[in-house]
Design a protein around this ligand. Sequence first.
Ligand SMILES: C[S@@+](CC[C@H](N)C(=O)[O-])C[C@H]1O[C@@H](n2cnc3c(N)ncnc32)[C@H](O)[C@@H]1O
Length: 279
Amino acid sequence: MFGWFKSKKPPESTEKATQKVESFLDPSAVLEKFTAITGIHFKKKESITTSKLIHFCRNHHLYSFDELYSRLQSDSAILEALINVLTVNETYFFRESRQIYFFVEKVSRNKEKVRILCAPGSTGEEPYSIAMALLEGGIPAQRIEIISLDINSDVVALAREGRYNARSLHKTASSVQEKYFIKEDKIFTISDDVKRLVSFYTLNIFDDHLFEMGKFDIIFSRNMLIYFDESTVIRAVERLGRLARSKDTYLFFGHADFVKTPPTLLERYEEGIKFYTIR
Ligand SMILES: C[S@@+](CC[C@H](N)C(=O)[O-])C[C@H]1O[C@@H](n2cnc3c(N)ncnc32)[C@H](O)[C@@H]1O
């Protein structure tokens, strides 16, 4: 009769045999795969990235980088979760705003509809800043269409919510805060009038769905290329350039995004503002 109790608890030796042991050795295969998919490299930050990877594996019950690597081959949810952990999404409203005011002035000179791409848009501060600047410049809402995309699905969800803390608004004039945000308990929610001007998508710029977005009159791609190596910057810029409606399309990049102008672009200056057009 005691045999039943004995069989419920495995003998000690069997218990040990089924315990998995962590072994985090070389992350390079995982990182190379991640770079091949996203363009993002970790050359200067390998040790901090390795710590993040170990933490990620523990959260997902993965015991080695080899195990993570094989899950990445077939499990798109793991890839998405890893992208959401390893991307840097720092942004704020009216960042590098001189470029924004410069193009608003150009847009205000004619009466046509304007399609603007913001790639990447992170948590939404940049595309919403563009929308607010256009409204402040007297451009009617019916003329404005802004598409924002980002590879990180968590930041896209936050962008759609449009709720921010004061830190995100440190460069936002108080008159703009009052006009376009609803403030409640230290949270600033973007108004529906601004929200409806921007559509948000989760998309990797190296995914060919990019070319289903249509053509754009103005393309912003700021502070993403800094995470890519030189050949990837050239590839990314060539792909974004294919979305330009014409040779009059303005392309704006961040100050540190590249040192050498990629071959598909022409560097231009007006009123002290650097922008690019396609060749
Ligand atoms: C530092 S934020 C810049 C946000 C905003 N443009 C700005 O300048 O404030 C960089 C963003 O690029 C996104 N990103 C990185 N690689 C990407 C890729 N291959 N496709 C689309 N977005 C990407 C990241 O998820 C991150 O949100």
